[in-house]
Design a protein around this ligand. Structure first.
Ligand SMILES: C[C@@H](CNC(N)=O)C(=O)O
Ligand SMILES: [Zn+2]
Ligand SMILES: [Zn+2]
Ligand SMILES: [Zn+2]
Length: 514
């Protein structure tokens, strides 16, 4: 599939980065913290503790007063995606450069085949786009944008031969990527048979289509029409329906980019009643801003906030989503980084349905959540690590290679300075895109050092990424945190009045209950 030459890190880069000691820091994992030094060699964490025996020629980073955390894992990015007649501004180089700048050292992007296109062909295209550009390791989800027996066959091949363990189905984007309920159920059954993870974009695409007709017919063409066509209950209905279908299909489920309190409520009920685990992801945008921007008189400003599902005008949404992450009503935060410059967003100048959907987030995801969650006391640093890194590693079967500061784990490490202050701006961000939805936001807490597979790529605030340093990560199926125990094949319709302990991500021995 991918005949790109095997990448080698230039020799002059190897020796100087080979041995590293991170001293006097506080190591933070999802299950606890300890004051300990971390010794890294050949891209792997070799020792953790005090008074370590360290060979000569080791570079020492003084992490006094800093937190030493696992590199962030962003489970939801779209670099170099072509959609709605436009191509995203951030490619795999600039997108992963921005990721590293913000403390993220692994991203999971989406292969999105056109309707009717071979999944394997699309997968190969994504590998060609990414392999020589990524500044950090990456994995791939694959979109199921149409259905046929051939699609099922290619899903089997992607799992067996190409290290894919997650497939995203769309309940919106009618006539473009949307599956009906019958095919959605068959696709989920296939994911379960392959012991892969079904993901859904949960919005009711038919309601959106009808609302859009009515809005355009009544002369509403501005960005505010995007939000008006698909309010919270249009998302929550699809969340519930996706959970019922997954339960009937006996399939674990992951709901991407959950954007509203109503959706979280529907998820909470589903997580309390059904056997196959259900996981919820929200976004940096959802906790960092809101849907009031759709009314901004400046088209560029309003259109820059257009993504699906939309940001919600309810100003209490951001804090509610942070609380949901803290309470394990949501399990992860991604970015859904899908950025379009002003020229592309203007495709929808006279018709909101033509505004390419997507916002930034891959660079600011961790700092925005730290500001809104940890600095406010809603979340502690361990939970912060869980939702920004460890849970994604567990769910996508990268644990503990990724998502943990542990001996033999990859040396993807962030030295986080909780007092480092900065103001977010498109003028200074590492993205290509010409807009930042967090413009002007002041954050306290950011990475001082970011180490990618043992190489210092953010060095005391100086970004020194290496294009092509990252590699493709196979995410194996049959993840122990999801499929740890053999599950009976019949749908688990329990007595709804007797809640089963909701699936929670634990750090004990792997079980199917996360
Ligand atoms: C295709 C991608 C576009 N981004 C967005 N959420 O609007 C998605 O739906 O996740
Ligand atoms: Zn989506
Ligand atoms: Zn403006
Ligand atoms: Zn997305």
């Amino acid at each position: 599939m991918n005949n790109a030459p095997v990448k080698k890190v230039p020799i002059h880069l190897q020796s100087s980065q080979n041995r590293l000691l991170i001293k006097n820091g506080r190591v933070v994992n999802d299950d606890g913290m300890e004051d300990a030094d971390v010794y890294i060699e050949d891209g792997i964490i070799k020792q953790i503790g005090r008074n370590l025996i360290i060979p000569g020629g080791t570079r020492t980073i003084d992490a006094t007063g800093k937190l030493v955390m696992p590199g962030g894992i962003d489970p939801h990015t779209h670099f170099e995606l072509e959609m709605m007649g436009a191509k995203t501004a951030d490619d795999f180089y600039k997108g992963t450069k921005a990721a590293v700048a913000g403390g993220t050292t692994t991203v999971i992007d989406f292969v999105l085949p056109n309707k009717g296109q071979s999944l394997l062909e699309a997968f190969g295209n994504w590998r060609q786009k990414a392999d020589n550009k990524v500044c950090c390791d990456y994995a791939l989800h694959v979109g199921i944008t149409w259905w046929s027996p051939a699609v099922k066959k290619e899903m089997e091949q992607l799992v067996a031969e190409h290290g894919v363990n997650s497939f995203k189905m769309f309940m919106a984007y009618k006539d473009v990527w949307m599956l009906d309920d019958y095919n959605l159920m068959v696709a989920m059954e296939t994911c379960s048979e392959l012991r892969a993870l079904a993901q859904v974009h949960a919005e009711n695409g038919d309601i959106i289509a009808r609302n859009t007709e009515k809005l355009l017919g009544s002369g509403v063409t501005g960005p505010e029409g995007h939000q008006l066509s698909r309010d919270e209950e249009v998302e929550a209905e699809a969340v519930n329906r996706a959970c019922v279908i997954a339960n009937q299909a006996n399939a674990p489920l992951y709901i991407v980019h959950m954007m509203s309190k109503s959706a979280v409520k529907a998820l909470r009920i589903a997580r309390s009643r059904q056997r196959p685990p259900v996981y919820g992801e929200t976004l940096a945008a959802t906790v960092g801003t809101d849907g009031t921007h759709y009314k901004n008189a400046c088209f560029r400003h309003a259109a820059a906030h257009v993504l699906s599902p939309p940001l919600r005008p309810d100003p209490s949404t951001p804090e509610a989503m942070v609380q949901a992450l803290a309470d394990d009503d949501l399990q992860l935060i991604g970015s859904d980084n899908c950025t379009f410059n002003e020229r592309e967003k203007e495709l929808g100048k006279n018709n909101f349905t033509k505004i390419p959907n997507g916002v930034n987030g891959v660079e600011d995801r961790m700092a925005i959540l730290w500001q809104k969650a940890v600095n406010t006391g809603i979340m502690d640093p361990c939970r912060f690590v869980a939702v920004t890194s460890a849970n994604a590693a567990k769910i996508f079967n990268l644990w503990p290679q990724k998502g943990r500061i542990a001996v033999n784990s990859d040396a993807d490490v962030v030295v986080w300075d909780p007092r480092l202050e900065r103001t977010i701006s498109a003028a200074t961000h590492s993205h290509t895109v010409d807009f930042n939805i967090f413009e002007g936001q002041h954050v306290v807490g950011s990475p001082q050092y970011v180490i990618v597979n043992g190489r210092v790529c953010l060095d005391d605030g100086n970004l020194r990424v290496v294009e092509g340093l990252g590699k493709f990560l196979k995410t194996p199926a049959n993840c122990p945190y999801i499929y740890g125990e053999e599950r009976s094949r019949s749908p688990q319709t329990e007595n709804l009045d007797v809640p089963i302990t909701p699936s929670k991500i634990t750090n004990g021995t792997p079980t199917h209950e996360l």
